[in-house]
Design a protein around this ligand. Structure first.
Ligand code: ADP
Ligand code: ZN
Ligand code: ZN
Length: 716
């Protein structure tokens, strides 16, 4: 018997997509072990890979194996648990193992730029900077008053001042004092009885839990106490949040409790920041990470707890290879590490809620808002009636009255509209055609500020044409309301109100996000107009009124989760109201007041919604009662895409059993994107049917025009 190592080739696609066995040595220096990056001979060339497994084989098997050429780093790139996780992921999501490994390790680390872990340092004021450098002067003065601050604290006080700070350091205006002492972890507020019971239960052992708590019920305080207990035991904790919820406010709650132990992980980090954070985690300098979905791959030496906050958010599903869902990956990692997993939400995904109710995972509930505040009063307005009664504004009379009243009391208002831009589309009154993107089959969005039209899928941009491209009529007009038009209407009706707009067009990057949060928090504006995605997780106590202008937008999506999404969006948006001392009110405008997703959302009745929706899912055979696979066939030529899809569908028909239903092929709802025609075939398998599905995957392995998404969330 001798030991061999199994290596995933980093660039291995197609035929190279498997593990390759090598003899480990003898080599000088570090010996090749699980998780290390290595150079190996492959055919006549050399390739880079990662060792994912070790095993003992007998002589017959290893006789013609080659030997690892070199170990590339002095530390592993994956912990043993992460190496196993990589294998699990490529099985689960049918993706190349090399691709999976690439997604798990930041590019800088893969390029061998291991870098040093950041050493937190305390600073004091040194030589005064020249009077002309104003920002440096300001920072210098601040340092005089805040001796012993860290760089992070300086930059928190002076956002976007990295440049002046570096200059100040270079000119000796700031002098190092040595590493900060890690302050002892302070205790949080005294927990109420529901919270205390949750923490008590969670402390009794590891497992998987749903923490179902209404908005503002104090879930975060539960996480904080559980994390403190893990740190006490010398283990680390990971808190995952949807990208949009990774606000300065969220992060500061963790920093207040755990100080320098906290690192943040998100898409806005530079390559260098990624490397140093990754190293700091690997070396146990950062014991708590607050991050987005890819944080699930950080190399914690001894991970004790994972929290997935807002677990229902679809941003946890990655929309490109490898198409993983962070909830499932976290669950598998928790299993591999023997760690605890807490899934938190006020509106859990149907899948998670169902498992909790069946007893497959633990179930904890928080039923009241933590600080004795009551849930806001929510009411619906039927917009069909408004129109009949002659109100052509985008605001119902009830909402207008409520806004006027809130403004007169100097309270803040949030108006949500899930649509960007000024008008959703430009529309011809003669031929009825909407203006479409020349590259994708979707309507173009008109942006008033820039007087431009743009495609939100391929980012095509242009000026609005004076005449209809289809029939040459000059009678084309703007149709539908976007956030920009709401702002305009607000300015017309309430000229005294100070208005902020928050959507993906007005907010680019974290800096503008932070500015928005600060401005609105300090009551620098009265009304915030935004898409619902933006204000998620924000806690603004001065907001007493939330208006949801068009509750139906999400209902009209061609997706079996559209009711679930609508319910979740409405409840989460309503959760922004009345978080302070004054009671909150929510007005929901809708053309479908009798739809069950809207009815239950008005009552914040999750259980009622769940029961009705789960019945529908069972009847229609949708998840969690089935597994879906989306096959997408693409081609620049319409004919080839259509024929390819037909071919794939009949190929599958020839092998599949009765328990797999084949839907399609059909043109995708977005029939053409980035010059490619797209066809969809949807496979719906009653559980468990993984054997049959695996056969399909094998068959389609070499077709580069077909992409398979296991458990699709984005089916446009
Ligand atoms: P969730 O995460 O469920 O939305 P949070 O943890 O953000 O709820 O709590 C909502 C508000 O209630 C926050 O301002 C928080 O500081 C406060 N809070 C939570 N738990 C307590 C408690 N036990 N005592 C006092 N205030 C609390
Ligand atoms: Zn026309
Ligand atoms: Zn386009």
């Amino acid at each position: 018997m001798t030991m061999v190592v199994d290596v995933a080739i980093e660039r291995g696609v197609g035929g190279l997509d498997r593990l390759w066995s090598y003899l480990p040595g003898p080599l000088d220096g570090v010996s090749p072990k699980i998780g290390y990056r290595v150079a190996v001979p492959l055919g006549r060339a050399s390739a880079t890979g990662i060792i994912l497994a070790e095993r003992d084989v007998d002589a017959a098997e290893f006789s013609d194996l080659k030997t690892v050429s070199r170990v590339l780093d002095d530390h592993p790139a994956l912990t043993p648990a992460l190496a196993s996780l990589a294998l699990w992921m490529s099985e689960r999501y049918l993706c190349f193992i090399g691709q999976t490994v690439r997604a798990m390790i930041p590019p800088g680390v893969r390029q061998g730029l291991a870098g040093r872990a950041p050493e937190p340092m305390r600073w004091q004021a040194g030589v005064a900077p020249s009077a002309r450098a104003h920002r440096q002067q300001e920072i210098f003065q601040w340092l005089v008053e805040h001796v012993g601050s860290t760089k992070e604290e300086v930059l928190a006080a002076f956002p976007h001042s990295e440049g002046p700070w570096l200059q100040l350091r270079k000119s000796q205006g700031a002098k190092p004092m040595g590493p900060p002492e890690l302050a002892p972890i302070p205790s949080g507020p005294e927990l109420n009885s529901e919270q205390a019971r949750a923490v008590q239960t969670l402390s009794q052992g590891t497992g998987r839990w749903l923490l179902e708590g209404v908005t503002g019920s104090g879930k975060t305080e539960v996480y904080l106490d559980c994390i403190a207990a893990e740190l006490d035991q010398g283990r680390q904790a990971l808190v995952m949040v949807p990208e949009i919820a990774l606000t300065p406010q969220t992060v500061s709650r963790f920093q207040l409790r755990f100080g320098q132990r906290v690192a943040v992980w998100h898409s806005g980090l530079s390559a260098g920041e990624r490397v140093s954070t990754w190293n700091g985690v690997r070396q146990g300098i950062y014991q708590v990470v607050v991050g987005v979905r890819s944080a699930v791959f950080l190399p914690f030496p001894q991970l004790g707890l994972m929290v997935l906050d807002e677990e229902h958010e679809t941003t946890y599903k990655q929309d490109e290879h490898p198409r993983y869902h962070a909830r499932e990956v976290a669950e598998e990692r928790a299993r591999l590490e023997g760690a605890q997993l807490i899934l938190g939400s006020a509106t859990p995904s149907l899948e998670t809620a169902y498992r909790a109710r069946k007893g497959e995972i633990g179930w904890l509930t928080l039923t009241k808002r933590a600080n004795q505040r009551s849930l806001p009063h929510v009411s619906a307005v039927d917009m069909r009636k408004e129109l009949k009664q002659g109100n052509h504004e985008m605001f119902s009379r009830r909402l207008m009255e409520a806004i006027t009243e809130a403004l007169s009391r100097h309270q803040q208002v949030i108006l949500f509209l899930n649509r960007r831009g000024y008008a959703t589309y430009i529309f011809c009154r003669d031929c009825g055609q909407a203006l479409r993107c020349p590259h994708c089959e979707v309507t173009l969005t008109y942006h008033q500020e820039s007087n431009r039209i743009s495609c939100h899928y391929c980012f095509f941009e242009g000026s609005p044409p004076p005449r209809c491209p289809a029939c040459d009529s000059p009678r084309i007009r703007y149709f539908g309301a976007g956030t920009e038009r709401v702002v305009e209407a607000v300015a017309r009706i309430w000229p005294q109100a100070r208005v902020l707009r928050a959507d993906r067009d007005s907010l680019s990057g974290r800096a503008s996000h932070e500015r928005l949060w600060k401005t609105f928090s300090s009551h620098g504006a009265d009304i915030l107009v935004g898409t619902q995605m933006i204000a998620k997780g924000m806690d603004w106590p001065m907001v007493t009124l939330v208006g949801i202008l068009a509750a139906d937008v999400a209902l009209n999506f061609p997706d079996f989760r559209s009711s679930e999404r609508t319910f979740q969006l409405l409840v989460q948006a309503a959760g922004r109201a009345g978080r302070g001392e004054a009671p909150g009110q929510v007005v929901v405008q809708t053309y479908n007041p009798e739809h069950y997703a809207i009815r239950y959302a008005l009552e914040a009745n999750y259980e009622g919604f769940f029961q009705e929706e789960i019945g529908f899912r069972q009847q229609a055979g949708y998840p969690p009662f089935s597994q879906l696979w989306l096959l997408e066939v693409r081609s620049p030529e319409l004919k080839r895409a259509a024929a390819g899809a037909q071919e794939v569908a009949s190929m599958i028909r020839s092998v599949l059993l009765d328990d797999v239903q084949i839907l399609g092929p059909a043109p995708a709802p977005l029939a053409r994107v980035r010059q490619h025609y797209r066809f969809h075939v949807l496979l719906k398998a009653t559980l468990p049917a993984s054997g049959a599905l695996r056969q399909v995957a094998e068959m389609l392995r070499d077709r580069s025009d077909v992409q398979i998404t296991v458990d699709p969330y984005f089916m446009l």
